[in-house]
Design a protein around this ligand. Structure first.
Ligand code: G3P
Ligand code: MG
Length: 248
């Protein structure tokens, strides 16, 4: 069985480089981070890109909706300057580029599928599945997660062997019946809403638990002690360093 690592770089190593860019992956790799989480979204022409928001303004110097731009716009969009001038002209990566890069680095991947207005679940699933088949060249695992559990059900139908993860802001009372249908590897929960009871219940059903997004080492230590398997962190380099020092 695939075991999730104790730390996953959230959107790459997003404390040190602009989130969801190749620069954030280079930074994660150079700090010894073994797994990253990134967000999959589609452009208007169906191009699969790594980008978190529905709109451009927070992570580029431009305005508008992601669905209003196309592949050729990636050449002029700057997804790095908002973070620091050092990263000026860093592009929004395509999913194809990102999968190739992560394969080269032999990193584990959690690909989060973002639901988007007017984009069908089938389109999102087909896109992720076909890209993984074509561009994932490493033997490291890929875990597919989503807040939209209908997307995960569609993914399960397309790929009975996929490693899936149900994302929750707040764990819902029907989580067990949904999990029974999706057969996930893990549940990924917003950690302030997790209780010891819910952690115990999830683990007793054989699912791993990942918690997002923890950036404080003292909190991280408590979360690991409470039975959480994995933490998403923007500061994954600090957590990795702590764990490496502890293991020495
Ligand atoms: O996958 C964990 C976390 O990334 C979920 O929330 O908004 O950061 O994509 P968000
Ligand atoms: Mg995410």
């Amino acid at each position: 069985m695939v075991r999730l690592p104790p730390v996953i770089g959230h959107r790459g190593l997003s404390a040190l480089a602009p989130e969801n860019t190749c620069a954030a992956i280079h930074a994660a790799y150079s700090h010894g981070i073994s797994w990253v989480e990134i967000d999959l979204s589609l452009l208007g022409d169906g191009t699969a890109v790594i980008f978190h928001d529905d709109t451009l303004e927070r992570c580029t110097q431009h305005q508008g909706h992601l669905l209003d731009i196309n592949r050729e716009d990636l050449a002029w969009l700057d997804a790095g300057s908002w973070f620091s001038h050092e990263f000026a002209a860093e592009p929004i990566p395509t999913l194809a580029e990102m999968l190739s890069l992560l394969s080269t680095y032999h990193m584990g991947l959690n690909l989060e599928l973002k639901a988007q207005p007017h984009v069908s679940h089938a389109t999102i699933v087909r896109c992720a599945y076909s890209h993984i088949k074509k561009y994932w060249k490493s033997n490291q695992p890929i875990v597919i997660s989503s807040f939209d559990h209908d997307i995960l059900l569609a993914y399960r139908k397309a790929d009975p062997d996929a490693l899936l993860a149900m994302l929750y802001e707040d764990l819902q009372p029907d989580w067990q019946s949904v999990a029974h249908r999706i057969q996930p590897l893990s549940l990924h929960c917003h950690y302030p809403e997790l209780t010891q009871d819910s952690i115990t219940a999830i683990k007793s059903k054989g699912y791993q638990i990942a918690a997002y997004t923890c950036n404080n080492l003292n909190e991280a230590i408590q979360l690991w002690q409470s039975g959480i398997d994995t933490l998403f962190s923007d500061q994954a380099h600090l957590f990795t360093q702590y764990l490496n020092n502890k293991a020495e």
